[in-house]
Ligand binder design. Structure first.
Ligand code: F6P
Length: 343
């Protein structure tokens, strides 16, 4: 009987996961492995919910958003009992190697299990692009393109109505989506978690712009952005299994303040999960495919505790430990470029 690879997808979904699954399955089958999918992230390992993956199961999934395996934010380290089950099932399912596709939480769990002796390889996934040890996570390119298209559309209605339009994008602790979509969409101000600004500064930028004859403005704000001396704006205080609060609401707050302080009519659009849905860009399909193939190569080479990583134009491997140690945030040099176009 051939060796067995298991694959799971955990945390928030994103466009490009299915191309990774497809590539893992195609490459692994070619190399003589059997492949099983664990359903709904770590939950599938805890509850032994699996599906066999063959050529037919991954046929036609390349352009599809989401994940055919389902996902969850289940954290096996939250409960002794679940952790025990996960470890026992790794053995009873005769898994020789597990490929975990996920962001900081999923890969953090992958790293812990690896340190306890399990053969695990990671694939970095998140629209937020905030994982260290890789230049890019797949899903990010699609999210930036969706947000840019939205800003372009908002531009025309802003111009017609002479309004300030606030666009809230995702980005919990890092503002990569806000930065890139903001630059690409020609935003007049961009607020990111890394660089707290005062509401007065934002209003001054808008007033300056209107003083030179412009009658509309676009402000992009990441959901995790903070005002100087303020906390994040929360939608809910409740924590998820990995200890995160639900963010959201900063766009509304900012919009209200701008209207009050400048007197310009203001509207707010929250892009939310639209950024995570739908078909992946060609870039994410290709990156996901390269990551999937590389993940199987890492399994063959026995390079466990590693994840696939993009360095420049090369797909290489990087340690999971490095990847989850610190978040990759937006460097000040890039924000300075964006600022040239403010106001
Ligand atoms: O990590 C990706 C992300 O999209 C964050 O930007 C966002 O804060 C979070 O997931 C929202 O997750 P959900 O609403 O699916 O729990």
């Amino acid at each position: 009987m051939g060796k067995r690879i298991a694959v799971l997808t955990g945390g928030g979904d994103c466009p490009g996961i299915n191309p990774v699954i497809r590539a893992v399955v195609r490459k692994a089958l070619k190399e003589g492995y059997q492949v099983i999918g664990l359903k709904n992230g770590w939950k599938g390992l805890i509850e032994k919910e699996i599906i066999w993956l063959d050529l037919n199961s991954v046929s036609g999934i390349l352009p599809k958003g989401g994940t055919i395996l389902g996902t969850s934010r289940t954290n096996p380290y939250k409960s002794e009992e679940n952790l025990k089950k996960a470890k026992a099932n790794f053995k009873s399912l005769k898994i020789d190697a597990l490929i975990a596709i996920g962001g900081e939480d999923t890969l953090g769990t992958a790293h812990k299990l690896y340190k306890e002796g399990f053969n695990i390889v990671g694939v970095p996934k998140t629209i937020d692009n905030d994982l260290s040890a890789t230049d890019r996570t797949f899903g990010f390119d699609t999210a930036v393109n969706i947000a840019t298209e939205a800003i372009d559309r908002i531009h025309t209605t802003a111009e017609s109505h002479h309004r300030v339009m606030v666009v809230e994008v995702m980005g919990r602790h890092s503002g990569w989506i806000g930065l890139e979509a903001g630059i690409a969409g020609g935003a007049d101000a961009i607020l990111l978690p890394e660089f707290p600004v005062g509401i007065k500064e934002v209003c001054d930028l808008i007033k300056k712009r209107h003083n030179r004859g412009k009658t509309f403005s676009i402000v992009v704000v990441a959901e995790g952005a903070k005002f100087k001396q303020d906390q994040e704006v929360l939608q809910e205080e409740e924590l998820d299994a990995f200890g995160h609060v639900r963010l959201g609401g900063i766009g509304q707050l900012l919009g209200k303040e701008i209207e009050k302080r400048t007197g310009f009519e203001t509207r707010v659009t929250v892009l939310g999960h639209i950024q995570r849905g739908g078909t992946p860009t060609a870039y994410d399909r290709v990156l996901g495919t390269r990551y999937g193939v590389k993940a199987v190569e890492l399994v063959i080479e026995g390079k466990f505790g590693q994840m696939t990583s993009l360095q420049g134009n090369q797909v290489v491997s990087a340690s999971l430990e490095e990847a989850v140690k610190t978040l990759k945030t937006v460097p000040v040099e890039l924000y300075e470029i964006a600022k040239i176009f403010f106001g």
